[in-house]
Design a protein around this ligand. Structure first.
Ligand SMILES: [Zn+2]
Length: 72
């Protein structure tokens, strides 16, 4: 398993998850992996009303972030 940490460059908050090498490859690149981690680990906000639009600033807060793999 490979530990992946998403680090917010602004607030220095971190979230991490472990993936197998195969899972990482199937993510299709760092950008998509970041997006995936955002959706699963950072933004758990619930859509408001019937519009399906999530009103939150998580993505704005985490606009400037980077990934570390196994602490590198
Ligand atoms: Zn959110």
């Amino acid at each position: 398993m490979i530990e992946v940490t998403l680090i917010n460059n602004k607030t220095l908050q971190t979230v991490s998850a472990t993936y197998t090498a195969r899972e990482l490859v199937s993510q299709g690149g760092e950008d998509l992996l970041m997006e995936n981690m955002m959706e699963n680990l950072v933004c758990s906000c619930i859509p408001i009303g019937e519009t399906n639009v999530i009103e939150c600033d998580c993505w704005e807060q985490w606009e400037d972030c980077h990934l570390e793999f196994d602490g590198e």
